[in-house]
Design a protein around this ligand. Structure first.
Ligand SMILES: Cc1ncc(COP(=O)(O)O)c(C=O)c1O
Length: 432
């Protein structure tokens, strides 16, 4: 019985269900599935939920975590700010270490606050510093629209023309993924015109994972700063933001972090910037030192670290699910999750390849080092129909218009049987 997906296993895979069940029995992380509530069909059977790249499943401990804060609110009212069993005044610090571990950061470099796009606006205020002819921002073409809107509106607010400032990079003609060497060369070519590089760590459509360390090195070599959108990377792939020297990062927590719809987002500010009070920023009272905040001083003095970018007091009911979820991550550990993720997505990619279906083009890189757990299938002209057919059979993928079906086997709660069943159902749909 195989206890891991080896290259030999992949090559010999016939698609027989016993192989998937054997892998599930041998999976050291299999027990984590029960830590989550998986969506059900109307007949009470579990869906095959492959949509954690959009909204992660609910950790079972979330209702109790929320109930505890409801109880504190009801029984203690305002006093729970300081005297609750998890005082609200410092509640956001309860998720700090978990976020630091997942992002490869020092705890003072991360903070849970706001939502992704709001955090991006806040970071642009501080880290987009156009001077002279150094005004350009390099993004990937087809970046998540909210990032484009944030960047373009921010640039316009500075009196600059977004069409001049915002530069984009494409995959080579006929290819779906960016090439690292192209990104590095383009950064070099932009040279002293470049103020900021802003890329998605894992691309939301293709699932391509970028080599962020290499991008940061190339960016700094021309004197620009590097920011990343980690919406599809955090909780999905290992990150080393501090060591890579990333200047800032932003993320949301409702995808792989399983913190619920509209969950509180997060922000990373590298230590080299965190203690610089001269850096411009949009300030609010929660960015001041907690010990002196209630002295109600007229002057804003930022507290050191990422905390200094907080604007408002944190949403406790949005933080409680994140706290519950991070505890599960800590128990499983990112190294084990990444190992399983590579195997699970490798199995999915292999079984899809075995379909040999000319209608399907896999957009995600085949190299496991260049992807997380998402596999994106372009099915021109049939995306909507196949998505609906998968839904009718109890598989939950998601559809990016017009025709990209994204399948994300999440190592915390998906199984090899999920992967096997999905491809079995896909095969039957395609051959109808
Ligand atoms: C890559 C990416 N960036 C930005 C966002 C926007 O996030 P928010 O609505 O939390 O600002 C999303 C949302 O799905 C996303 O996938």
């Amino acid at each position: 019985m195989p206890n891991q997906v080896t290259q030999e296993w992949l090559t010999s895979l016939t698609g027989a269900p016993e192989e998937a069940y054997a892998l599930d029995r041998a999976d050291p992380l299999a027990g984590f599935r029960d830590r989550f509530v998986l969506p059900e069909r109307s007949d009470g059977t579990q869906e095959v939920y492959l949509c954690g790249n959009s909204l992660g499943c609910m950790p079972r401990t979330v209702p109790a975590g929320l109930a505890a804060e409801c109880e504190a609110w009801g029984k203690q009212g305002v006093e729970a700010h300081l005297d609750g069993s998890s005082p609200w005044y410092t509640y956001h610090t309860l998720v700090r270490d978990g976020l630091a571990r997942l992002t490869g950061s020092h705890p003072d470099e991360v903070v849970a606050m706001n939502s992704l796009t709001v955090n991006l606006h806040l970071m642009l205020v501080s880290f987009y510093r156009p001077t002279g002819s150094r005004t350009r921002i390099l993004m990937e073409r087809g970046a998540f629209p909210s990032d484009q809107y944030a960047v373009r509106s921010h640039v316009a607010s500075r009196g600059l023309d977004p069409d001049d400032v915002v530069q984009t990079i494409d995959p080579p003609p006929g290819e779906d993924a960016l090439r690292m060497e192209d990104i590095a060369e383009r950064i070099k070519a932009e040279g002293e015109h470049l103020a900021l590089v802003l890329l998605g760590g894992v691309h939301y459509v293709t699932g391509e994972l970028l080599d962020l360390g290499r991008i940061v090195d190339a960016t700094h070599a021309v004197g620009a700063l590097a920011g990343v959108d980690l919406a599809h990377a955090i909780g999905n792939v290992p990150l080393e933001l501090h060591d890579w020297g990333v200047d800032f990062a932003v993320w949301c927590s409702y995808k792989y972090l399983n913190a619920g719809p509209g969950a509180v987002g997060g922000c990373f500010v590298h230590r080299k910037w965190g203690d610089d009070p001269a850096l411009p920023r949009f300030a609010g009272w929660w960015g001041t030192a907690s010990a002196t905040r209630f002295e109600m001083a007229d002057n804003f003095v930022p507290t050191p670290g990422a905390d200094g970018w907080q604007v408002s007091n944190p949403p406790i009911f949005a933080l409680a699910p994140l706290r519950a979820s991070l505890a599960v991550f800590d128990e499983a550990g990112m190294p084990a999750l990444r190992t399983k993720s590579r195997q699970l997505t490798g199995a999915l990619a292999h079984l899809v390849e075995q379909l040999s279906c000319p209608a399907i083009r896999v957009l995600t890189p085949t190299d496991p080092d260049r992807r997380g757990c998402q596999l994106s299938l372009a099915i021109p002209g049939r995306g909507q129909e196949i998505y609906q057919a998968l839904r009718a059979e109890g598989v939950v993928p998601d559809l990016r218009q017009p025709d990209v079906i994204r399948l994300a086997p999440v190592p915390l709660y998906n199984s090899y049987a999920d992967v096997w069943n999905t491809v079995r159902i896909l095969r039957s749909i395609l051959t109808r």
